[in-house]
Design a protein. Sequence first.
Length: 124
Amino acid sequence: MKIAVIVVRILMGLMLVVFGLNKFLHFIPMEMVDGPMKDFMMALIGTGFMMPIVAVIEIVTGLLFLSGKFNTLAATLLFPVMLNAFLAHLFLDPAGIGGSAVLLAMNIFMFYVHKDNFMSLVKA
């Protein structure tokens, strides 16, 4: 289990840092989507602040995962971003759901591994 946690943590960290930096530096070409997903993405980009915030959250949480410190904080900060990405793909672009589904599953795994850190939140 310890090795699985390290592998998931490092893979998540690398993926998040790379894709977060890509939102600023554009070194990986992005496929253009059509239909409602395109409208959704253009609206996020059009706000001028949403995608940079998502990118910063991805980079920061990726670095936290890579450092091995504050994994609980990183998983907590990342969860709303990954859940939104997963749901957007689920409802607007099911063909592109793979990456967000994998990262969401990894994030839930990190929640499970660190579940003791969350127990104080659910005590009555």
